[in-house]
Design a protein around this ligand. Sequence first.
Ligand SMILES: NC(=O)c1ccc[n+]([C@@H]2O[C@H](COP(=O)([O-])OP(=O)(O)OC[C@H]3O[C@@H](n4cnc5c(N)ncnc54)[C@H](O)[C@@H]3O)[C@@H](O)[C@H]2O)c1
Length: 368
Amino acid sequence: MKRLRIGLVGAGLVGQAEHAFYLWEERDRFDFVALADPSATVREALRQRYGLQHVHAELKDLLACNLDAVVIAAPDALHPDLAVTALEAGLHVLCEKPLALTLAGCDRIAAARDKSGRVLQVGYMKRHDPAYKRALELLPTDIADVKLIAVEVNDPDFEPFVAHLPIVWPNDIPADLRAEARAATAAQLRDSTGADPTEAGARALASGYLSAMVHEVAVVHGMLAHLGCPMPGVPDQAAWFDEGRGVQLAFGLPGGGRVSMTHLTLPGVPDYTERVSIYCADRIVELTFPAPYLRHEPTRLTLRRGGAGHALETTDFRVSYEEAFREQLRAFHAAACNDAPVSTPVEQARRDVELLVSAFRKAAAARS
Ligand SMILES: NC(=O)c1ccc[n+]([C@@H]2O[C@H](COP(=O)([O-])OP(=O)(O)OC[C@H]3O[C@@H](n4cnc5c(N)ncnc54)[C@H](O)[C@@H]3O)[C@@H](O)[C@H]2O)c1
């Protein structure tokens, strides 16, 4: 098997909790040799932990290190610049979600991918979860038999779920870089919405819709694609609440069914809950995802159907203890080395950004 010489771009929370660890473990597929991160503390800790040969503050300094690929896990607003730089240098890219905060950002990445002929995979790890893949097989084949897809998430503070991991925090990033990243985020949110959102609006848009609910939108998008049904770019209902800590959207399905999604951040109650329930004509399929940072905590998959008489038959599937983040890397390797199709491409991520930004705009219009 070809080993990809790979670098990580950004190693904060998800970079350390997931990507660096699995890049190092998946050494049959990856030669994890490089890191770009403006935090000197993070660079030194990861250099020592993983024996990295090249550690630099910026991606451009990694480009002379003869890499094949990078994983981008830097802040959202930086994804387009970083992904375009890497693609133009001829590298395959696995880029964290959301792919960009604007449609123009998605388009820049798509153009660079097409010109380079390299792989661009979006980091929707839940789409690689073994239980999610098994759930697809349990869905009916006709979209008219799907009556309701109901998504309910409580995503509390992340600290309780990573406190056991040896994470070194990037608290020494130069102040001017922090200010630049904040300004880039504000400018991109303004581009997406046509105005400067309020503080609560910015929380709803950037954290609630684009950074958090994007996970569930990607899951539903994958299910609809599996059923041959397009994902809409505009919801027919949307709202945010609790100062932007809660966001909702809903839309209709071609067969008459509905999709309804709620994502809530409830700080102080460390109970991560992410339930995706698919109510169908003759069955209910339900996925319950664990907090994403817990390793080998399987996603629960249940199937409920009517049995003889008035009986309810429930099947609980323990599909695998394999990790979604690891499976995501394996799929990336297969796409880069064996021309396997990219199951989470730019085009889907662009539609997801379109839906989420439209939801924010609809919710904002309803409040004004
Ligand atoms: N898939 C998931 O479950 C998941 C979970 C959390 C975050 N994310 C996404 O991953 C990305 C990172 O999120 P995080 O929570 O780890 O953030 P974080 O702030 O903890 O880490 C970001 C890291 O990027 C570094 N960085 C900043 N500017 C950089 C630059 N120009 N080049 C290289 N590195 C740079 C920072 O020093 C920091 O170490 C975001 O896009 C976020 O939405 C995904």
